[in-house]
Unconditional design. Structure first.
Length: 479
C-alpha cells in the first residue's frame, strides 16, 4: 500500500483561522491514523498578501496544538524546499508550465487587462474569457516572445463534454467543461498561481491525500486536467464543509470572529480548541465528545465527515474548555491559573487555596480576574442580596445570623475550611437552621455577591481570620 502523505499548506497572511486549523488537524489525523507523513508547506505565491511574522504564527500554532509535522521549512525533509517562493527560484513552476505548452495542454496569453475587461463588460454576469491568443500561430507567438512582450500561461480547456472526479466527502462530482475557465498557470511576474503551484508541489512531494475546504471543489476538475496532461496519479480528495458563524455566514476574521490566537488569549486551552474543532463537521462513531489528540488519531474516519457547514458554538467550546480544566492534574492546573491569580491579588493570599476554590467554576482562564476580584475588597451590594429562596434568608434574618457567625469564628483557634465549616454547622444545628441558612449571609458579607467561588467557608480560609471578622462586622453594622 502506498504510504499516506498529507500536507497543510497555509498562506502566511496573518492569524490562524479556525477553519485553517481544522484543515491542518484533519490532514494530521488522516496521516497519523495509518502511520503516514504530515507535511507543512508554506504557500506564499501571492506576495501582496504576505504578513510579517505570519510564518511564526503557523509554527507556534501547530506546536501549541501538538500537530508535529514530519517535514517542513523548519525541520527539512527529502522533498524540499517547503516554501513556494524558494521553489520558484529553482525554476520548478516555470519549467512545468512551459512543458504544458509544449504538450499542447497550455498556451501563451499576451492579452492586456483592458482586453479582458472589454470582454467582461460585453458578456456581463455570464462572463467567460475567450482567449484570442489561442489562435496565434507559432511564428506570431515567437515574435511576441522575441519582442519581450509580457505574457501569462493559461491552461487549455476543451469546452465540449464533461469532467468528473471523486471526493471522499461529496462523492462523484461532474461538471460541464464549458463552465471551466482557462485559468492562469504562470503569471507575468514569473510567479505561479496558487492553483498551479498546488498541483505541481502535491505531485512532487508525493501527496496521497489532499485535505482542503469545499470552496476548492470547483477548482478540482481543473487540477485534474493538469494531472492528466502530465500523466500523473490524481490524489485522493477530501473536501471539508465550511465552519460557519451562523446558518448563512462563514466564520471570518473580517466579521470579527475569533482566531486561534484570540481564543488562546481569552483563556481557552489549545487542547480543548483542537478537540472542539475536530467535531465541527465530523461525527465520531461513539457517543462521546472529549478526545485527546491520540484518541482522535485512532477514531477519525473521513467517511464520517459531513457535507453541510458546521456552526461554531462558543458556548459549547466554553463548556468543553471547563471540562479540560477540571480534568487537569492539580499541579498542572495550579501552574496554569497561578499567573492569573497573582495578577489580581499579588502575594496577599494563598494562591493554591484560591485555585482550589475556583477549580469547579472556571471555564475560561480570562474569567478568573472577575471571579476573584472581591478578595481585594468586597463588592458593593444592596441589602436585597441577602434574599435567597433556597437558603430561606432575607435582610432581617441576616442581621440575626451574622452576629452568631461572628461570635463562632472569633473563638476559633484553628483556621481552615474544615474547622470553620464544622463550627458553623454545629451552631446552625443548635439554632435549628440549615447549614446554608448560616453560610449564605456570611458569603454575602465576605464577597458582596450572591454567588462566589468556593462558598463562605473557603472564602474565609483564603481571607484569613482578621479580614473575615472585619468584613462580617462591616456587614452587621450596615444601615
Amino acid at each position: 500500500m502506498k504510504k499516506i502523505r498529507t500536507r497543510f499548506a497555509p498562506s502566511p497572511t496573518g492569524y490562524m483561522h479556525i477553519g485553517n486549523l481544522r484543515t491542518a488537524l484533519y490532514a494530521y489525523l488522516i496521516a497519523k491514523k495509518d502511520d503516514g507523513d504530515f507535511i507543512l508547506r508554506i504557500e506564499d505565491t501571492d506576495q501582496g498578501r504576505l504578513v510579517e511574522g505570519a510564518v511564526d504564527i503557523i509554527y507556534s500554532t501547530l506546536k501549541q496544538c501538538g500537530l508535529k509535522h514530519d517535514e517542513g521549512p523548519d525541520v527539512g525533509g527529502n522533498y524540499g524546499p517547503y516554501v513556494q517562493s524558494d521553489r520558484m527560484r529553482s525554476g520548478i513552476y516555470s519549467k512545468y508550465a512551459h512543458e504544458l505548452v509544449e504538450l499542447g495542454k497550455a498556451h501563451y496569453c499576451f492579452c492586456k487587462e483592458e482586453d479582458i475587461e472589454k470582454q467582461r463588460q460585453e458578456q456581463g454576469d455570464s462572463f467567460y474569457f475567450v482567449d484570442p491568443c489561442k489562435l496565434l500561430s507559432k511564428d506570431e507567438i515567437q515574435a511576441k516572445l522575441d519582442a519581450g512582450e509580457e505574457y501569462v500561461i493559461r491552461l487549455n480547456v476543451t469546452s465540449e463534454g464533461t469532467t468528473s472526479f471523486d471526493d471522499e466527502v461529496y462523492g462523484t462530482i461532474t461538471v460541464e467543461n464549458k463552465t471551466l475557465d482557462e485559468m492562469v498557470l504562470l503569471k507575468s511576474d514569473g510567479f505561479p498561481t496558487y492553483n498551479f503551484a498546488n498541483v505541481i508541489d502535491d505531485h512532487l512531494m508525493e501527496i496521497s491525500d489532499v485535505v482542503r475546504g469545499n470552496e476548492y471543489l470547483s477548482s478540482a476538475p481543473k487540477y485534474n486536467l493538469i494531472y492528466e496532461a502530465f500523466g500523473w496519479d490524481i490524489p485522493r480528495y477530501i473536501h471539508c464543509p465550511p465552519v460557519m458563524k451562523d446558518e448563512h455566514q462563514k466564520l471570518s476574521k473580517r466579521n470579527g470572529d475569533a482566531s486561534f490566537q484570540d481564543l488562546v488569549a481569552k483563556g481557552y486551552l489549545p487542547e480543548a480548541i483542537l478537540n472542539y474543532i475536530a467535531l465541527l463537521g465530523w461525527a465520531p462513531s461513539e457517543e462521546r465528545e472529549i478526545y485527546s489528540l491520540e484518541e482522535l488519531c485512532k477514531a477519525f474516519d473521513v467517511k464520517r465527515i459531513g457535507t453541510t457547514g458546521a456552526i461554531f458554538d462558543i458556548d459549547k467550546l466554553t463548556w468543553m474548555n471547563g471540562v479540560y480544566l477540571r480534568n487537569m492534574e492539580i499541579e498542572s492546573y495550579y501552574e496554569l491559573v497561578r499567573p492569573y491569580i497573582e495578577e489580581v491579588v499579588g502575594s496577599k493570599f494563598d494562591h493554591k487555596l484560591i485555585a482550589n476554590a475556583i477549580h469547579d467554576r472556571v471555564n475560561i482562564l480570562s474569567e478568573i480576574k472577575d471571579m476573584i476580584s472581591f478578595l481585594n475588597q468586597a463588592d458593593e451590594y444592596e441589602n436585597d442580596v441577602f434574599f435567597n429562596k433556597k437558603a430561606k434568608t432575607d435582610p432581617e434574618l441576616a442581621k440575626v445570623i451574622l452576629p452568631e457567625v461572628y461570635n463562632v469564628l472569633k473563638d476559633l483557634d484553628t483556621w481552615n475550611n474544615e474547622t470553620i465549616f464544622t463550627a458553623l454547622a454545629s451552631k446552625a444545628q443548635e439554632l435549628s437552621y440549615k447549614n446554608i441558612t448560616m453560610m449564605y449571609p456570611m458569603q454575602v458579607a465576605l464577597s458582596g455577591r450572591s454567588v462566589a467561588p468556593g462558598g463562605a467557608t473557603a472564602i474565609a480560609e483564603i481571607l484569613g481570620k482578621e479580614e473575615t471578622l472585619k468584613r462580617i462586622d462591616t456587614a452587621i453594622n450596615r444601615p
